[in-house]
Design a protein around this ligand. Structure first.
Ligand SMILES: NC(=O)C1=CN([C@@H]2O[C@H](COP(=O)(O)OP(=O)(O)OC[C@H]3O[C@@H](n4cnc5c(N)ncnc54)[C@H](O)[C@@H]3O)[C@@H](O)[C@H]2O)[C@@H](O)CC1
Ligand SMILES: [K+]
Length: 526
């Protein structure tokens, strides 16, 4: 499902269903427990054939209640189960207390102090200590247990270490809204969440702590779907693109090159044009009708030696760009890749005054690091800024500091919060790059492109890959997409292109994968 829900939003959905009498809290807890078993068997089918030994760690809230359900269901399947309680069973909330009581009527509950490193003895450890209710850094018995559990790093498991760790809803200690550990957090092999994923499963350190992610239904799909402003973020994917974007990615029959938009990429000085050429090629491949690279006159020959379908137009300075932009058919501009700081400071004001779809990246952002306010005053709502972490910190130092500070309590300030705050300050779309790329609008709308789990594409960390992304956004702006749609679609396609090519990828390969990805998208569209 494409929506991500914060802890508060998830609680509101559950509360609405319970208040409407459609379901009880106890029903939901039972479904959650069944979901954990279903996901576990799907990921480790041998557990269905050979029951083993399990330790179930139950916390002080409803996450612990889920743990008691899982303990019962495992035992029903023939498992040898030991339950450890973190907190007083007598103080559990009502639904968790009912499940705890059901367990204690037939088997003991061990105190947390007896939990030591059981990995040698167990096949499965179920982490049901804390879920979306984790609000403060881990301490005491919980912290000590998390330390035990994390003593090995996933991937460094010894062959005889067969124990798997499954976290219920969230790895204990991970903030559901930000993906940031509150002090420390469990590193699970599998995390099973319910109804919808939470931002923390995708942002920051979340994927490293979750291991793999399974989203299990709670039977809440008939609850009201969420209006845009109550959804914390939309996950970009084929599902979201198909709703609105795919027809726009295809070219209109009977259209001509100008009806598909003209994009201009400003290039830098002699020997510095490669980045701009990468952007330009991506803009053309993604479907802009025409693309022009605009270098200074001295770099014209060098660029001409490299370009065929892409046009060239030398511009000496701001005046040259101003003259070029009297052509109303130019729909989108891309400034930054390889531009150089001085040329960026010269050209950006003119580009922004022209009110076209405009992508600012790299040098076009760093050139204003001394006085970001000067840039913000010129930006308009057709702009997209595409900073990586370093560029973001130069333009929005106070916001970056909040992201760096160790969270004292949850929900912690997230990369979504940071991108949203930056977009509001800049007054335009901000795309914050990373394996969890966030696209935020000034009105708070967020789209997330996670290149994690099955979509992990580490080979995207290659020189020039960001230049291709800026070009893709410029191409889509030229096609007429809104800044948010252009940025979100480009971020998703960029990852898909990397996955299509695979290891060994260099930036030049990315635009060449666009046709295959577009072909697949249109073949899959209804
Ligand atoms: N009806 C429901 O509310 C349902 C809840 N579900 C489960 O319930 C969870 C949410 O339950 P809760 O809201 O009770 O929250 P949790 O069970 O995640 O934790 C809440 C408790 O932990 C304490 N706590 C927070 N940080 C702590 C820390 N660092 N150290 C020690 N204790 C700490 C809180 O004071 C509170 O007592 C979900 O994650 C999910 O697993 C599911 O069973 C589905 C239905
Ligand atoms: K948990």
């Amino acid at each position: 499902m494409p929506e991500l829900l914060t802890a508060d939003q998830m609680r509101a959905v559950e509360r609405a269903a319970i208040d409407n009498g459609r379901v009880t809290g106890l029903d939901l807890m039972e479904r959650a427990g069944r979901g954990v078993i279903a996901a576990m068997l799907e990921h480790w089918p041998h557990f269905a054939v050979t029951p083993g030994r399990a330790a179930v760690l139950c916390g002080p809230g409803n996450n612990g209640g889920d743990g008691f359900v899982v303990a019962r269901l495992l035992r029903d399947r023939g498992w040898d189960v030991t339950v450890f309680a973190y907190g007083e069973v007598a103080k559990l909330p009502p639904d968790a207390a009912i499940n705890a009581q059901g367990w204690t009527e037939t088997a003991p509950v061990q105190p947390a102090s007896l939990f030591t490193d059981l990995r040698e003895e167990c096949d499965l450890i179920v982490d049901a200590i804390l879920g979306i209710g984790a609000t403060r850094p881990l301490q005491g018995a919980i912290e000590a247990t998390v330390k035990f559990l994390n003593e090995y790093k996933p991937g460094e498991r010894k062959p005889r270490d067969r124990c798997r760790i499954v976290s219920v809803d969230l790895p204990t200690g991970l903030c559901s809204d930000s993906g940031r550990p509150l002090g420390s957090a469990v590193r699970a092999d599998l995390t099973v969440t319910f109804h919808r994923a939470k931002p923390g499963h995708y942002l920051s350190d979340g994927p490293a702590h979750c291991g793999r992610l399974s989203v299990q239904p709670l039977g809440l799909d008939r609850e009201p779907t969420y209006p845009h402003e109550t959804v914390s973020a939309t996950l970009i994917g084929e599902e979201t693109l198909k709703r609105g974007q795919v027809p726009c990615l295809g070219k209109r029959a009977g259209g001509h090159k100008f009806s598909h938009g003209h994009a201009v990429v400003a290039a830098g000085s002699v020997g510095k044009g490669g980045a701009a050429r990468l952007s330009a090629r991506a803009a053309l491949r993604i479907g802009a009708g025409l693309v022009t690279v605009a270098p200074p006159p001295a770099a014209l020959i060098e660029n001409a030696a490299h370009l065929d379908a892409i046009m060239l137009h030398a511009i000496r300075d701001a005046r040259g760009l101003e003259e070029m932009l009297t052509d109303e058919r130019i729909k989108a501009l891309c400034l930054g890749p390889g531009l150089g700081g001085d040329r960026a400071r010269d050209l950006v004001p003119v580009a922004l005054a022209a009110s076209r779809g405009t992508v600012l990246d790299a040098d076009a952002l760093s050139a204003f690091a001394d006085d970001p306010q000067e840039l913000f005053a010129m930006l308009h709502d057709r702009c997209v800024l595409t900073p990586h972490g370093g560029e973001f910190a130069r333009l929005f130092p106070d916001i970056a500091d909040r992201l760096d500070a160790m969270p004292a309590r949850g929900p912690a300030f997230s990369r979504m919060d940071a991108a949203r705050a930056a977009a509001a300050r800049a007054g335009c779309t901000v795309l914050l790059k990373g394996p969890d790329t966030v696209v935020a609008d000034p009105d708070g709308r967020i789209s997330l492109n996670p290149a994690v789990y099955a979509r992990a594409a580490p080979w995207l960390a290659t020189a020039g890959s960001g230049d291709v992304l800026s070009g893709m956004i410029a191409g889509l702006l030229a096609r007429g997409d809104t800044p948010h749609e252009a940025a979100a679609t480009a971020a998703w396609l960029h990852t898909e292109c990397a996955l299509e090519f695979g290891p060994g990828l260099i930036a030049e390969d990315l635009p060449e994968q666009i046709p295959a990805v577009l072909r697949r998208l249109s073949a899959n569209s209804p």
